[in-house]
Design a protein around this ligand. Structure first.
Ligand SMILES: [Zn+2]
Length: 396
């Protein structure tokens, strides 16, 4: 049984991409876990014909994924630089230099809030992850440990008052109770305040065949059209829309209560571009082939590696987030940064999250089939080389 649409509650959400059942990304099993089977959950993506929202049709309870969270924002140089730029931009736009309050939902290790604090803003983080609190403890940034929603918004507002700015970077796709989330925003935002969300942009995901972005944490894959509808249903509106090159391509939307801000032309421009693509948003004929044994490697988050290929061994290198040992799904060892390892199979492929790092990760697959887990080489361009090249690679 599948759930109804996250945005409009339409009961029929059509599945167009079925990645089977996989382990949870970012859930690295410990040695003690090896004696028991690893939980697996269906990973199927659907399209709502009523509102156009793309979403998972089965959803894992958030508490199972986010109360003990592996990914640490500060581990990514790209993300740290992006946060600094984001804080500078939003501080200037929203006049936060006079000590306005910024609340970051899904604040992780407070990397973004540090950038706001350094520019004179007051800050409060919201995040359910108990393990991440220690990463931000030395920053002095206060955090509310829990989920953001209608039931917690009042308590959060009581901590520091109402916010001039609320941010959610890569958190919004995690939210299954969107109605409760937006109701909470309305309760916590100060009059004239803004909510700025950054999320993977559906159009870019489809253009790049970035199906490795599909994993259980991401229950939504946002386009501006459904996002606009969601906020309109709650008396709010998107006043600015920006497309960002980070990750696979992201959408940044600025949201205010209806009538509190001027709707910029960028909103209509992005909506018009989406309208041109309207119809069937699915990458017809380009959906990945049925799963076979897949062995791959990468230099990024394990989520990208375990998605769709979690039933088979995966080798990961150049990890910098702490705490991992065995990868979810395949339970292969995670190799630390600067380590290098080759497995003896009959195919080799190289992948990395950025072209500049291509070659940092090496893996040999026994299956003759592999797909990309990187930003830089989507499926049609996978770099699979025969075993005859292995000796050369080993000697490098
Ligand atoms: Zn819908």
């Amino acid at each position: 049984m599948t759930a109804s649409c996250l945005v409009c509650s339409e009961p029929e959400v059509e599945v167009f991409l079925d990645l089977g059942s996989t382990a949870l990304a970012n859930k690295f099993p410990s040695a003690e876990d090896l004696s028991s089977p690893e939980p697996r959950f269906p990973l199927r993506v659907g399209f709502c014909h009523a509102c156009g929202h793309v979403q998972l049709v089965e959803r894992v309870p958030p508490a199972a994924m986010f109360t003990d969270y592996l990914y640490v924002s500060s581990a990514s140089d790209t993300l740290r630089a992006h946060f600094d730029d984001l804080a500078a931009t939003l501080t200037a736009r929203h006049g936060l230099v006079d000590g306005g309050l910024v609340i970051d939902i899904g604040c992780n290790d407070a990397s973004l809030l540090c950038c706001f604090r350094d520019r004179g803003a007051r800050t409060l983080g919201v995040d359910p992850a108990e393990n991440l609190a220690e990463f931000s403890s030395d920053t002095g940034i206060e955090r509310y440990r829990g989920f953001f929603g209608a039931d917690t918004a009042g308590e959060i507002a009581d901590r520091r008052g109402r916010a001039a700015l609320i941010t959610a970077t890569n958190t919004f796709p995690h939210i299954p109770d969107l109605s409760g989330f937006v109701s909470g925003l309305d309760e916590v935002l100060a009059p004239g305040g803004a909510f700025v969300v950054e999320a993977h942009y559906l159009v870019d995901l489809l253009d790049q065949l970035a199906f490795d972005t599909v994993y259980h944490e991401h229950v939504s894959y946002w386009a501006l059209g459904p996002m606009t509808r969601l906020f309109e249903n709650h008396g709010m509106e998107v006043v600015r829309a920006e497309r960002l090159p980070i990750h696979h391509g992201q959408l940044r939307a600025t949201v205010m209560r209806r009538g509190e801000g001027e709707v910029e032309r960028s909103v209509d421009e992005v909506l018009a571009a989406e309208e041109l693509r309207r119809g069937d948003p699915r990458p017809a004929g380009r959906v990945p082939p049925p799963r076979r044994q897949v062995h791959s490697a990468g230099a990024g988050s394990p989520d990208r590696l375990t998605t769709g290929c979690a039933t088979d061994p995966v080798l990961l290198v150049r990890r910098r987030s702490p705490g991992e040992s065995l990868l979810p799904g395949g339970r292969m060892p995670a190799v630390r940064q600067s380590s290098r390892m080759l497995y003896s199979f009959d195919r080799v492929r190289m992948t990395s999250r950025s072209p500049a790092r291509a070659g940092d990760a090496s893996v040999i697959s026994s299956s003759g089939f592999a797909w990309s887990c990187s930003n830089s080489s989507p499926v049609p361009n996978t770099n699979v080389v025969p075993a005859s090249s292995v000796a050369k690679m080993r000697s490098r």
